[in-house]
Ligand binder design. Structure first.
Ligand code: AMP
Ligand code: MG
Length: 338
């Protein structure tokens, strides 16, 4: 199959919507990362998402909507707190897990009785959902296990020849996948941190909990609240190690432990006079810039043929929690504290 890469225009949106209605897959820009979009009401189309990505069958998909009317057909029950959260964070990088309506296909939810729903803010994603007239199931448009795509070229790298069309909407504004939460009457539990932060949530709901899987490896045999969190994820081919400590000690450690083609992943400005080759991922105090560049940076290590990558540790406040969560998985939880 030939994969077209088209800029977002009214015509390319129409073409993409036609493909979605025919049960095909489309690479779709969103404000978080690029999504691999399919008609959520078409079982064959949804199955082909899993095939194209090599995604494990037990990892459910997020369904994307373009207005609140669409929500009613998907969720069986919307708690009061969920309504407040929707008001505060939709459209935006925020996903809620809700009791599913019987109409939602089992392939979408991997057989769970809940469904993950997001109302994105990216104009191209909204236009595509509206134009196709269907809720859209879309995981990140990468091969399973690889860093999520934040540029159309990343989608092309992974899915060229497997899907008919990628809409190029430029670089993603957030750069990390959405915040995923479960909601009960007065408690929100964060299963996956993202662009909507814990502090943002606390302004709307009194009790906010962070699932232990966000910062810790799941214990053997424990069931993941969010199946996606149990897989090794976001990983380049290189071995990645996070090093938490001051910069001089970081470089000293990296030099002593270098193995094969070794790189450092540091904050802007820290590459000056570095003893090893470096790529930067945002400013030390600027978590949003770290979020935007993390996945691109991880992919570039593959292009460079890196064997080992030593990464500076991000702070865990604000969006930094999401950056650290993804980096931890890229590093298979290997952290050295100096
Ligand atoms: P992705 O679309 O690849 O960014 O991944 C979606 C994330 O949401 C994965 O971590 C899924 O496991 C999680 N997810 C989707 N649906 C549900 C659900 N019904 N319950 C819990 N987690 C879910
Ligand atoms: Mg993903």
């Amino acid at each position: 199959m030939k994969t077209l890469l088209l800029p977002v225009t009214p015509e390319s949106i129409k073409k993409a919507a036609r493909l979605i209605r025919q049960g095909e897959l489309v690479g779709m820009p969103t404000e978080t990362v690029y999504g691999l979009a399919a008609d959520a009401t078409n079982e064959t189309a949804v199955k082909s998402i899993f095939a194209a990505k090599g995604r494990p069958q037990d990892n459910p998909l997020i369904v994307h909507i373009c207005d609140l009317a669409m929500l009613n057909g998907l969720a069986a029950q919307i708690p009061e707190a969920a309504k407040r959260l929707a008001q505060a964070f939709w459209p935006g990088p925020f996903t809620m897990i809700l009791k599913k309506s019987p109409a939602v296909l089992d392939v979408v939810t991997a057989g769970m009785d809940t469904v993950a729903i997001r109302f994105p803010s990216h104009p191209a994603a909204l236009a595509l959902i509206r134009e196709s007239g269907r809720p859209i199931a879309a995981p990140s448009a990468n091969l399973s296990g690889k860093p999520s795509p934040t540029k159309a070229e990343h989608v092309y790298e992974d899915l060229n020849g497997k899907i008919p069309l990628i809409l190029d909407g430029g670089e993603c504004a957030v750069g990390l996948e959405s915040t995923v939460v479960t909601v009960s009457e007065d408690t929100v539990r964060v299963l996956r941190p993202g662009g909507v932060t814990v502090d943002d949530l606390k302004r709307v709901v009194p009790h906010v909990e962070v699932d232990s899987a966000v910062l810790h490896q799941l214990e053997e045999g424990r069931k993941a609240a969010s199946p996606g969190m149990k897989y090794k994820h976001y990983a380049p081919k290189a071995k990645v190690v996070i090093i938490d400590g001051p910069l001089p000690a970081f470089y000293e450690y990296a030099l002593r432990h270098k193995e094969g083609n070794t790189y450092c992943m540091v904050f802007e400005g820290e590459q000056t006079d570095a003893p090893l080759p470096c790529l930067t991922y945002g400013g030390e105090e600027d978590e949003a810039s770290q979020a935007r560049s993390l996945f691109d940076c991880l992919r570039r290590f593959d292009e460079l043929g890196a064997d080992t990558v030593f990464a500076r540790s991000p702070a865990t406040d604000g969006v930094g929690l999401a950056v650290y969560n993804r980096l931890l998985r890229a590093a298979a939880f290997q952290v050295v504290t100096l």
